[in-house]
Design a binder for this molecule. Structure first.
Ligand SMILES: [Zn+2]
Length: 184
């Protein structure tokens, strides 16, 4: 009797409470949402685009998903963030995205950071940093520029290794293809 009471109910309670907790954390967490942006980056990879993906979240709902489409659209401004911002503005019927958060697998460039500030995005969460071209603190920080009238909160390094690995694989493959092409 004693061992029954001690073991079974106790274990059951522990298991179910852990399950509940982990599913709650998963759906709202930066890691889960960056995972959704990573899926977009993988789509870009498969399309032969530099693999960067972005999503925009409002009140826990994803209102925009996009990936880099510079080659597909033959448009140098078709970065994942720019396309996601346009989608989100359409979804909201407004250019003001002040209660929206943007998840992107790579640190935004100056063009995208400028657009992010214009749309008043609340928070920017990114994967790997870009010390040469990043405008969220990499080489400049346009998202928190004191002279501008809007600042976004910045969370760097979410799924950093995964996004870096995808980008490295893409550029390695591109170099190999280029070399193979030169030998023909
Ligand atoms: Zn950009």
């Amino acid at each position: 009797m004693v061992s029954e009471i001690h073991n079974s109910p106790g274990d059951g309670e522990l298991d179910s409470s852990l399950e509940e907790e982990s599913s709650m954390i998963d759906l709202a967490s930066d890691t889960f949402l960056m995972g959704q942006a990573m899926r977009q980056a993988q789509k870009a990879y498969l399309d032969g685009e530099v693999p960067v993906g972005a999503i925009i979240v409002q009140n826990g709902s994803i209102i925009a998903r996009s990936h880099n489409q510079v080659e597909t659209l033959k448009d140098a401004t078709a970065h994942a963030e720019m396309l996601a911002l346009t989608q989100a503005q359409e979804a909201m019927g407004d250019w003001r995205l002040g209660d929206c958060d943007l998840y992107v697998t790579k640190e935004p460039c100056p063009m995208c950071a400028g657009a992010i500030i214009h749309c008043r995005i609340r928070r920017v969460i990114f994967g790997c940093g870009d010390s040469k071209g990043g405008a969220a603190g990499g080489f400049i920080n346009l998202l928190q520029q004191p002279t501008l009238n809007h600042h976004s909160e910045v969370t760097p390094g979410v799924l950093e290794e995964e996004s870096k690995y995808l980008l490295k694989s893409f550029f390695l493959e591109a170099r190999i293809k280029k070399k193979a092409g030169q030998n023909d």
